[in-house]
Design a protein. Structure first.
Length: 381
């Protein structure tokens, strides 16, 4: 759905400006670095701006101008909410251009503008679910059934039991007995969930209650295994979990990490038509058209804003009824990082289960050296 626009030079340039930020570049004018602390959200708002244009405007002739306007917003605005409002105002502006509505005539054409956007974005728009990239190919091929995919649920249930044993409750914030997932009409939130999914795993390695331990937050979105491993060790040590339970939790943590990074980790989004979940639009277009106390730009912002943060899905969606969008996140050179992470897992194994693996490794090296020496002697003889 976005493949064509994502390949454009200017789009790539803006994405790179958002992603590849260094201290030296903060003085450059490629982006407003007062927003730097929200680097992840800025990227997702930019993707949201592209999708809204594609769904509502979808005119090649205006796209370059639209990108220039988005770029200006990124350079000038220093507040996330204002950035989102700015994007929605641009959608209103370019809708007027597409419909042939001249400046200062927007209110006279209020009904046409709002009805057009309503039909494009609401009636024929999408609900979105963010998910882990490792499931992408399977969903494309077989469709989507809520909670029916490879997972370590039984192991995480046991982790819950371990925490309960220490009177520590609701760490994972997940009811594993419910076979349901949530869709949303907030594209940015769906991106964020995908980047940090699954939520129960994120809660295991970064829990807000233990922020005083100086935990790293962006560990999943950036594929930071070292940061994640330090987080979980700090949490388990602070909670005084015994060695046996600690070893089990860390083992499941490593298994889950390897599963999530078994494929290149991207922002993966599953889109279904809003009609798949009837009666969830949550807005009366006639009321919005007649609400003369708010201007046209504010009305469009209301139309494009979130109203359904948790649309429950507990059934099956056929592959033919869904679309999948894959976007670059903040993970760089992921394949190389994954190799390093797997090496870290192997080297750290002895820390959890003792020094047996180290002895095996040394023994294997000595055996290999012996074989090589024997071959040399045979050749020399």
């Amino acid at each position: 759905m976005l493949d064509e626009v994502l390949g454009k030079k200017k789009v790539k340039e803006i994405i790179n400006n958002i992603k590849n930020v260094s201290e030296k570049e903060k003085s450059a004018e490629s982006i407003n670095y007062k927003l730097f602390a929200n680097q992840e959200k800025i990227l997702f708002i930019f993707y949201d701006a592209l999708l809204k244009y594609k769904i509502i405007i979808d005119e090649e002739i205006y796209f370059d101008d639209y990108l220039e306007q988005i770029d200006k917003l990124l350079k000038k605005i220093n507040n996330i909410d204002d950035l989102t409002l700015g994007v929605n105002n641009l959608i209103c502006k370019f809708t007027c251009i597409k419909l042939g509505v001249k400046n200062n005539e927007e209110e006279d054409n209020r009904k046409d503008i709002l009805t057009y956007i309503y039909n494009k974005f609401i009636v024929n728009g999408y609900f979105v679910h963010g998910f882990s990239s490792c499931y992408c190919e399977n969903i494309k091929r077989y469709g989507f059934t809520s909670e029916a995919y490879l997972n370590y649920y039984e192991d995480f249930k046991k982790i819950n039991d371990i925490f309960n044993k220490y009177n520590i409750t609701n760490v994972l914030e997940k009811d594993f007995s419910k076979k349901e997932v949530h869709f949303t009409d907030n594209f940015v939130k769906a991106c964020s969930y995908s980047a940090n999914s699954p939520g129960y795993f994120f809660n295991l390695i970064y829990n807000r209650e233990y922020n005083h331990l100086k935990l790293k937050k962006d560990i999943l979105v950036k594929g930071n295994f070292e940061g994640a491993f330090k987080n979980i060790k700090r949490i388990l040590n602070f909670l005084e979990i015994n060695d046996e339970d600690k070893a089990y939790i860390i083992d499941i943590f490593k298994k889950e990490w390897n599963l999530l990074f078994s494929k290149e980790r991207k922002i993966s989004l599953l889109l279904v038509k809003r009609g798949f979940f009837p009666n969830k639009n949550g807005i009366n277009i006639l009321d919005l058209v007649s609400a003369k106390d708010i201007g046209i730009y504010e009305a469009v912002d209301k139309l494009l804003s979130e109203r359904n943060s948790k649309v429950v899905c507990d059934g099956r969606i056929e592959a033919s009824d869904l679309k999948i969008i894959t976007l670059d996140g903040l993970c760089d050179d992921l394949k190389e990082d994954t190799k390093l992470e797997k090496m870290d897992l192997a080297s750290d194994f002895s820390n959890v289960y003792g020094n047996v693996s180290l002895l095996l490794l040394v023994g294997s090296i000595l055996i290999s050296l012996g074989v090589i020496v024997s071959i040399i002697l045979m050749i020399g003889g």
